[in-house]
Write a protein that binds this ligand. Structure first.
Ligand SMILES: Cc1cc2nc3c(=O)[nH]c(=O)nc-3n(C[C@H](O)[C@H](O)[C@H](O)COP(=O)(O)O)c2cc1C
Length: 410
């Protein structure tokens, strides 16, 4: 019979034992500790779900109709396989990119999201502050719960873009654009995938209103998430800050904000009115991208609004290579939809995107742990992105795009 190998035993080595002990006190703040321990944005989403009422979580996570669009974006990103090079010195990595002539530290932009103070009372200023500290761009939504002026007053430093819907009445659009201009916003993002609002069935079922209405069932909701409700009642009123004083109901406001008559003429009008950079968000075809390139817009965002508008439309990341080929030399091609890790960011850049916009990713962090949660999202995206750059042998974004990626047929 073969001899069994045995370890020789010594007396316990106490100095060695002591050297392994980590003398840190357990963190009693469960929220802080959960966001500190998060290894993925999905971890933060799980923690977010515990912190906010269901109606709020569903508003963020949900999409339109059967919610196929956002699931297809995630599936498509997972099908992207990175080409890789080895034996290239990757001791110095540069993840920066020039956007509208200025450097950002990562190819990531904070997407506009409406009602952000509903997710966490610190809202838009907390997100913009994280963007500014990390040298990234923050976009404020027309449907924001902080006005352009308030945002600039709260976070004077850092680059800010303003997202606009072309409204039924151009004078209303001009009034909002002027707020952005006065507050020093650098560029306008025109969202074009909302001629009408998407049918988000979760919100209908949950009876979402802004601010939330107190109904008999709300008492139970308050008992379940008291901290969120206390924050709601003890901080600034939740309202669409750019429309303060308009005195319109939510339904009237939505009907005023979304114009079903929006066309390429409106883009031209906006270019003439704003005079600064215009980025068109919600492009879903090569043909429209070509038309917009001819019109001289600075950039386009291939987007299906996170699946919250048209549900079964083209998947942005699948459209990306053809759009980059057609117009990539004439304008900046951005993309969004289900970006949940630095690897997803890498996939989009390797397929030719200038940068990605993130939406739910930062909202999960915000709901989980306010500003700290958003900071954690940037930290995770940066860690994963740099790690993937090193493992694929790429030192710059130009090299990432040159090395490229392919779609696997799965
Ligand atoms: C809660 C929420 C609110 C949003 N509000 C707006 C908005 O006001 N304007 C806009 O152009 N896009 C809005 N979007 C779409 C995002 O800007 C972005 O296109 C989308 O979130 C990208 O997908 P992702 O969330 O999977 O990253 C919203 C998205 C979410 C999740």
């Amino acid at each position: 019979m073969a001899k069994v190998i045995k370890s020789k035993r010594n007396l316990p080595n106490l100095p060695y034992f002591y050297s392994l002990i980590e003398w840190t006190l357990p963190n009693l703040n469960r929220r802080k500790s959960a966001s500190r321990k998060a290894q993925t944005i999905h971890d933060l989403a799980r923690s977010a779900k515990k912190r906010v009422p269901r109606v709020v979580y569903d508003y963020v996570e949900g999409s339109a109709f059967d919610e196929i669009g956002s699931a297809r974006s995630s599936a498509a990103l997972r099908r992207v396989q990175f080409n890789a090079r080895t034996l290239r010195d990757v001791s110095n990595l540069d993840s920066s990119e020039m956007i509208l002539g200025q450097k950002v530290d990562l190819p990531i932009i904070f997407s506009p999201t409406g009602y952000t103070r509903l997710m966490h009372h610190v809202g838009e200023p907390a997100v913009a502050s994280v963007a500014s500290k990390n040298n990234l761009i923050y976009s404020l939504s027309t449907m924001g719960t902080t006005s352009p002026e308030e945002l600039t007053a709260a976070v004077p430093l850092g680059r800010k873009w303003f997202q606009l819907y072309v409204m039924q009445n151009r004078a209303d659009s001009v009034a909002v654009i002027n707020q952005a201009r006065r507050a020093g916003f650098e560029a306008l993002i025109l969202t074009v995938d909302t001629p009408v609002s998407g049918l988000r069935l979760r919100d209908f079922r949950n009876g979402l209103t802004i601010p939330p209405r107190i109904r008999p069932g709300t008492v139970l909701a308050i008992a379940r998430k008291p901290v969120w409700w206390i924050n709601l009642f003890t901080t600034k009123k939740l309202e669409f800050a750019a429309f303060r004083g308009w005195d319109k109901s939510l339904v009237e406001l939505a009907a005023t904000i979304f114009s079903p008559a929006i066309s390429f003429d409106d883009v031209k009008w906006l270019q003439e009115t704003w005079k600064g950079p215009v980025i068109v968000k919600g492009v879903q075809s090569v043909e429209d991208a070509i038309t917009l390139a001819k019109m001289g817009v600075e950039g386009i965002v291939l987007s299906n609004h996170g699946g919250r508008q048209l549900d079964r439309g083209p998947v942005p990341v699948e459209l990306l290579p053809d759009v980059v080929k057609a117009v990539g030399k004439k304008l900046d091609v951005y993309i969004d939809g289900s970006i949940m890790s630095g690897q997803d960011v890498y996939a989009a850049i390797a397929l030719g995107a200038k940068a990605v916009f993130i939406g739910r990713a930062y909202l999960y962090g915000l709901m989980a742990d306010g500003e700290r949660g958003v900071e954690k999202v940037v930290e995770l995206l940066r860690r994963d992105f740099l790690n993937t750059m090193a493992l694929t042998g790429n030192r710059t974004l130009a090299e990432v795009r040159e090395t490229g990626a392919i779609f696997r047929n799965e």
